[in-house]
Write a protein that binds this ligand. Structure first.
Ligand code: SF4
Ligand code: SF4
Length: 506
């Protein structure tokens, strides 16, 4: 057993309101620079939709992630090392500006400086790449927000296309009456990252202390194989510096025991951060299981129980500190992933073993029940609707369980039981244990899950160990770290960035 610690994230999709605050605050802190205008380390997509970059899930086109060979081995979908080196100067699997969007700003100055005249001055769009005025804007990072243009664009959603192949006529695009939800996305900081294995320069690496995947800017030669290799399309190419860039999971903040900027500023308070312990020896086997539908269970088997004395001893022997062990025991992410099993990985079939998991939304089902004039809080109605409304369930299964609707059914039923149980309690009625029992929980267990999902406080949602802080302070010497870190507090964290670079150079 080789115990490793990973900072993981869970997002509860029922609570996302699609406000994009997470994207904007992330951009303000990390990609508000020349060459990074088009980059969104955090983006929020409306589902069904094409996403950012367009159709990023279409792995027939991009060849991202891993595949299992007939001999049972894993290989990058983009081909072996020789194949990739042969394409190093002409890689056809790269998203172009058309797939992201041409970043633009507006001639704001014209609004105040235009000479007096008959007409109102206007602020025309100007390309941030060429500086030239743009006649028409035809695509953006969030063009199909809230199903805007969905009749035209959403049929191209690779998940919708896959469901159509499987269930044919069942998918109908009456989007005004259809389901939708938001999917916030960052880099998955995978246990088996395809980006790291794709890099010919060895510039991408996964930190051993917390699992964060980073790009060493000094070693990056700009080959962009990582952009192709990442199936989530969460590595970007900076056309000014000629280097790759990606989400850093706000490691300077993590080192100070703080949550990421996107988590801290999330209006819906739907993000959870915590430590997961896993057995690194089980990762290759888990990523190579034969049936894609078994990947979720295989990844669960990689996770270790920090309350198990044998695991704790092995963790200490691997260098996992006491504060990390303590954090792993109180990890909200661990509760959602392994205790209640309501969080699921995004596209496990890419075989990268992603570490940003999602509680799938029950709201499309609740809305459908309520719209039909029935009680959307009643467990019986909801259980029946989960069975009847196969399209949202099949769509969610394509996103989170490689098409296994059984697991999605189970999670949605748990959420439905929680709603029904809590409503009875809130109305002062006698709680009905049968709804909780139907999903293998007790009434008390359901109430604990509700507390975690619905009303958890800041310190319960973010359990980030501070061991790295003591180490950082020791390194910082005369620069003690600030106790409070304001949102977007990059200047306050600058000493940590310096420390990180020093550590990485060694
Ligand atoms: S999601 Fe992140 S860690 Fe995973 S392959 Fe892509 S860039 Fe690498
Ligand atoms: S800030 Fe939170 S609620 Fe708003 S879009 Fe981002 S994840 Fe959703």
């Amino acid at each position: 057993m080789r115990v490793m610690a990973q900072i993981a994230m869970v997002m509860n999709l029922d609570k996302c309101i699609g406000c994009h605050t997470c994207s904007v605050t992330c951009k303000q802190v990390w990609t508000n620079r020349e060459g990074a205008e088009y980059m969104w380390f955090n983006n929020v997509e409306t589902r069904p939709g094409l996403g950012y970059p367009r159709s990023w899930q279409d792995q027939e086109r991009w060849r991202g992630g891993w595949e299992r060979t007939p001999a049972g081995r894993l290989r990058l979908k983009s081909g072996g090392r020789a194949h990739r080196l042969a394409r190093i100067f002409a890689n056809p699997r790269l998203p172009g500006m058309h797939d992201y969007y041409e970043p633009w700003t507006y001639e704001y100055k014209n609004l105040t400086d235009a000479p007096a005249g008959e007409d109102m001055p206007v602020a025309r769009p100007v390309s941030q790449l060429t500086g030239e005025p743009m006649d028409t804007i035809t695509w953006g990072p969030n063009w199909d927000d809230n199903l805007g243009g969905a009749p035209e664009h959403a049929p191209g959603d690779p998940v919708v296309q896959k469901i159509r192949e499987e269930v044919g006529e069942k998918v109908r695009f009456a989007f005004e009456q259809s389901f939708m939800f938001y999917l916030p996305r960052i880099c998955e900081h995978c246990l088996n990252p395809a980006c790291v294995s794709s890099c010919p320069s060895g510039a991408m690496y996964k930190r051993s202390e917390d699992g964060v995947v980073l790009v060493d800017q000094d070693r990056c030669r700009g080959w962009r194989m990582c952009v192709s290799g990442c199936p989530y399309k969460k590595v970007f190419f900076n056309h000014r510096t000629g280097k790759a860039e990606k989400c850093t999971l706000c490691y300077p903040r993590l080192e100070a025991g703080r949550p990421t900027v996107c988590s801290e500023t999330c209006v819906g308070r739907l993000r959870y951060l915590g430590v997961m312990l896993y057995d690194a020896d089980r990762v290759p086997e888990a990523a190579a299981v034969t049936d894609e539908k078994d990947l979720y269970a295989a990844q669960l088997r990689c996770f270790l129980d920090p309350d198990d004395p044998e695991v704790a001893a092995a963790a200490r022997a691997s260098g996992v500190g006491e504060s990390w062990l303590a954090a792993a025991r109180r990890s909200p992410v661990r509760d959602l992933i392994t205790k209640y099993r309501v969080a699921l990985p995004l596209h496990p079939e890419y075989r990268t073993l992603p570490m940003v998991w999602y509680v799938p939304p029950l709201s499309p089902v609740v809305e459908e029940v309520a719209a039909s004039g029935h009680d959307g809080e009643d467990a019986g109605n909801l259980f029946g609707a989960i069975d009847a409304l196969r399209i949202p369930v099949e769509y969610l299964a394509e996103l989170f369980t490689a098409g296994d609707t059984g697991e999605v059914d189970r999670v949605l039923r748990t959420l439905a039981a929680m709603r029904a149980h809590m409503r009875r309690l809130n109305l002062g009625e006698q709680p009905d244990e049968s709804a909780a029992g139907a999903v293998g929980l007790t009434g008390r267990g359901v109430e604990e899950l509700f507390r975690l999902l619905a009303v958890a406080k800041y310190e319960d949602r973010f359990v980030v160990p501070t061991a790295a802080r003591a180490e950082a302070e020791a390194l910082a010497g005369s620069h003690p770290l600030p106790d409070a870190c304001p949102v977007g507090g990059v200047p306050a964290e600058q000493p940590l960035l310096t420390i990180q670079r020093r550590k990485e150079r060694r």
